[in-house]
Design a protein around this ligand. Structure first.
Ligand SMILES: Nc1nc2c(c(=O)[nH]1)N[C@H]1C(S)=C(S)[C@@H](COP(=O)(O)O)O[C@H]1N2
Ligand SMILES: [Mo]
Length: 319
């Protein structure tokens, strides 16, 4: 079954919320929800908690999917990091309402060290691939997490099609640069365009996903439409949004976050409870919608799929 019933529908708390305030608010909500449940007509219950109509039908479920409780659609689409639209969690939903501008769609370029480079429309790019649903945990470096039912396909399938050469040691990804459409780019918060990278074997790992939707719906602007990367064993900032270019390169790319704070953000950025961020611990995380924090797991719980990529590497140095 694609969509699980949402347990909570209210907006998530951000990190600054005092816990007692939060608890009070939660109790208040529970009480009013109970009153609503006994007084309202049954179908009105759905108005508070809409489960969106799917754009993609009959998606197969990936074996990599977790059966953990899904983060509500409203939270996934209203609590975002997408600095191209501002640095507040609510900015992307507010300012990406008309993004991407469908009348001005951009080509997606695959190039660099490969035999079959190409320039594709979004539709042509995704046409050869069968979309599936993958429910992944997403752990942000800031200490919060979600469970997101993505729609997408394996990055490896697209990369193989381009036939990378033996010089292709890394893959570099670039986000759209368009300060008109992305007002956050009018300020130098990060070096634009946003750039990320993976080692080629990380990129080829079956967990690496190109997402085009979530909750059975096409991606919204705030989540990185029309196509974004998802690498669930790495901190969320590796999962670059609104991709315009995928390039095979010989040298390790310098990501926007490495450039902004090399002592805080490394190239690998694997989720690792044993390596603190210089300004906070990474041992625990708050799942959006939860009151209490939970433990953070090595590689965000995806050890089985990815630990072998890092055997013999010092993960404290290669953070
Ligand atoms: N281009 C771009 N991609 C980005 C970001 C960004 O600011 N710009 N933020 C990253 C961070 S920090 C996180 S946690 C995830 C959040 O993805 P979501 O909003 O879809 O949950 O997107 C990542 N991808
Ligand atoms: Mo993040």
């Amino acid at each position: 079954m694609l969509i699980k019933k949402n347990k909570y529908s209210e907006l998530p708390e951000n990190q600054v919320t005092d816990e007692s305030l939060y608890l009070n608010r939660r109790q208040f909500i529970n009480k009013s929800a109970m009153i609503a449940a006994v007084t309202a007509l049954p179908k009105l219950a759905f108005a508070n908690n809409p489960i969106p109509e799917p754009d993609y039908k009959e998606l197969s479920q990936s074996p990599f999917s977790t059966d953990e409780e899904l983060t509500p659609f409203d939270d996934i689409t209203s609590y975002n990091n997408f600095y191209e639209f501002g640095t507040d969690k609510s900015d992307p939903a507010k300012y990406a309402t008309n993004f991407p501008d469908k009348s001005e769609s951009w080509p997606i370029i695959i190039d660099g060290e490969c035999d079959k480079p190409g320039e594709y429309t979004y539709d042509d790019l995704i046409k050869p691939f069968t979309l599936e649903e993958r429910i992944y945990r997403l752990r942000c470096v800031e200490g919060w997490s979600m469970v997101i039912p993505w729609v997408g396909f394996s990055l490896a399938d697209l990369l193989k099609q381009a036939q990378p050469s033996s010089k292709a040691k890394f893959v570099e990804f670039t986000t759209l640069y368009n300060p008109q459409q992305m007002p956050g780019q009018q300020r130098q918060v990060l070096q634009w365009p946003y750039v990320e990278g993976l080692r080629i074997d990380e990129a080829m790992n079956p967990l690496s996903l190109l997402a085009v939707g979530l909750y059975g719906k096409e991606l919204l602007g705030q989540n990185g439409a029309p196509i974004r990367l998802v690498t669930p064993w790495k901190y969320g900032f590796k999962s670059i949004k609104s991709i315009v270019q995928i390039r095979f390169v010989e040298k390790m790319p310098v990501s926007s976050w490495m450039r902004a704070g090399p002592s805080e953000y490394g190239f690998y950025s694997n989720v690792n409870p044993n390596v603190s961020h210089p300004r906070w611990s990474q041992t625990r995380e708050r799942r959006i919608g939860d009151l209490l924090k939970r433990e953070t797991h090595m590689f965000n719980g995806y050890q089985e799929q990815v630990a072998h990529l890092y055997t013999g590497m010092d993960l404290k140095r290669n953070f």
